[in-house]
Design a binder for this molecule. Structure first.
Ligand code: ATP
Ligand code: MG
Length: 279
């Protein structure tokens, strides 16, 4: 059974004229790292909210089709229950942090689950270790860097022990160092076998970690394929204002000049390998 399955999801925000999602179908298997890309307004965040039940339970509108997480209907299962399967981390780290210290930030939702104190403590320590923030546990989030704040938000999501981590542009408001912290964290969680759905505009970072990419535009999925296949479609991506990694663009330009390059490089390492023979 897929972890996440969407069948013909169409969603129109209350008061909106056009649907933000149009007949979206997809399925995600355990252990996959799926990147979602597409221009602004494509419906990427809307998709994340459908998967986490926020749409239509908190943000309302006209909802058609079927979305399930672990077989449970995402539109009817309480959002608090879904958050134990789907951990959602959004763009604005600041707005997600509500408590006065990091420990409370992570423990509070666990207390709401009525877990035993020992279990809360275990999860708290584990989540802090995963994001490498154990030494900061009693600090006020105010004193953290952007990257640390976002890591707290990830820790709070992970402490629910969800099977899937959904990161919706979780690095877009961070400085390069903060973004790198979160990217490294996502890569290490992937290596631990976590299923990850990552909306990300930094294609170079996605190229290092994603197995598969979903390309969205105007509420529709234009492409859903293994990452190398997607990034090789340089003209197609550029027509959407998406720029594949430099190495891929360079290889593509060489291909057009008749140079045979196969497989298409998508990371710096692969680029060195592919171009090395021209030295
Ligand atoms: N709360 C809302 N109410 C009404 N319309 C909304 C709401 N949120 C988003 N929309 C509209 O739905 C469409 C999809 O928006 P969405 O935020 O999902 O796009 P996105 O791909 O996440 O864009 P971005 O890259 O800017 O984050 C857009 O046309 C947007 O204006
Ligand atoms: Mg968005």
């Amino acid at each position: 059974m897929p972890l996440i399955e969407l069948q013909d999801i169409t969603f129109t925000y209350r008061g909106a004229k056009n649907p933000a999602l149009k007949e979206i179908s997809l399925s995600i298997e355990p252990g996959e790292f799926v990147g979602i890309i597409g221009p602004t307004g494509a419906g990427k965040s809307t998709l994340c909210w459908v998967i986490s039940g926020v749409i239509p339970q908190i943000i309302r509108g006209k909802y058609k089709g079927k979305a399930t997480v672990k077989g449970l209907p995402a539109n009817k299962t309480p959002v608090a229950d879904i958050s134990q399967i789907i951990g959602l981390v959004q763009q604005d780290a600041e707005a997600q942090l509500l408590m006065t210290d990091i420990e409370k930030e992570i423990a509070f939702p666990l207390e709401n689950l009525r877990l035993a104190p020992e279990e809360i403590d275990r999860r708290l320590n584990e989540a802090l270790d995963l994001v490498n923030l154990r030494s900061e546990r009693f600090r006020h989030p105010f004193y953290l860097s952007g990257g640390q704040k976002q890591r707290v938000a990830v820790a709070a999501a992970l402490a629910m022990e969800p099977e899937v981590l959904v990161l919706d542009e979780a690095t877009s408001e961070l400085d390069p160092i903060g973004a790198e912290e979160v990217h490294n964290l996502a890569a290490s969680l992937k290596n631990k076998g976590k299923t990850i759905l990552m909306v990300e505009h930094n294609i170079d970072e996605l190229a290092k970690v994603a197995d598969r990419i979903i390309v969205m535009d105007q509420g529709a999925i234009l492409m859903d394929a293994p990452i190398r296949e997607v990034l090789s479609k340089v003209d197609f991506l550029q027509s959407l204002g998406i720029y594949p990694p430099q190495v891929t663009q360079t290889a593509y330009a060489l291909q057009k000049m008749g140079v045979e390059i196969d497989p298409m490089p998508i990371t710096m390492e692969e680029g060195l390998e592919a171009f090395g023979r021209f030295n």
